[in-house]
Write a protein that binds this ligand. Structure first.
Ligand code: GAR
Length: 194
């Protein structure tokens, strides 16, 4: 069995989209792929009860329990590696990762970011796109490298920025596309590596 580990910090809607697509498309039967665990660094992540309701195994590893970023990342790596994952999926995991962590999972660590990278790395991507007068915005699935929101682009979805858009309206429009894009990108990863 090929294991996926998904890391979340918040609502977990991308995690749920991947899990639901995996179920609907029978990834386990077709590709021998399963979601082995969903790990959150926040106890209050809405994605934890959501993952449980989808029948997924959940784990909590609060970053606040650790004295340094390096100590947290080392503990997280140890947890993840118990599942010997083929792929580690960052799905709204709002932590900057240490170079050691990124190196350890080189080639099997992916992220979704709510902008058309390389534009608008970092936070507040929606308002920054609106303020710049962008006519389109979107989401990017990319390989994770030591530099934040860099790394080879695997898939992108484009949405229009509409007149009078608020950051919230644009975020919702992008998120709807993320829920289609991310499961497709995960499936493609396994199709490529089959
Ligand atoms: C998503 O919009 C994702 O693109 C973004 O956080 C949201 C998580 O939603 N990620 C980042 O900003 C990473 N830099 P979810 O928890 O409902 O999947």
């Amino acid at each position: 069995m090929k294991n996926i580990v998904i890391l979340i910090s918040g609502s977990g809607s991308n995690m749920a989209a991947i899990a639901q697509t995996a179920h609907k498309e029978a990834w386990r039967e077709k590709f021998g792929v399963r979601i082995a665990a969903v790990i959150s660094n926040r106890a209050d992540a809405q994605g934890l009860p959501l993952a449980k309701s989808l029948g997924l195994a959940t784990e909590l590893l609060p970053h606040r329990d650790f004295a340094s970023r390096e100590a947290f990342d080392a503990a997280l790596m140890a947890r993840i590696d118990l599942h010997a994952p083929q792929l580690v999926v960052l799905a709204g995991f709002m932590r900057i990762l240490t170079p050691g962590f990124v190196q350890h999972y080189a080639g099997r660590l992916i992220n979704i970011h709510p902008s058309l990278l390389p534009a608008f790395t970092g936070l507040d991507t929606y308002q920054r796109a609106i303020d710049m007068g962008c006519k389109v915005a979107g989401a990017t699935v990319h390989q994770v490298t030591a530099e934040l929101d860099h790394g080879a682009i695997l898939a992108q979805a484009v949405v229009p920025v509409l007149p009078g858009d608020t950051a919230g309206a644009l975020a919702a429009r992008i998120l709807t596309q993320e829920h289609l894009l991310y499961p497709q990108a995960v499936r493609s990863f396994f199709e490529r590596s089959a």
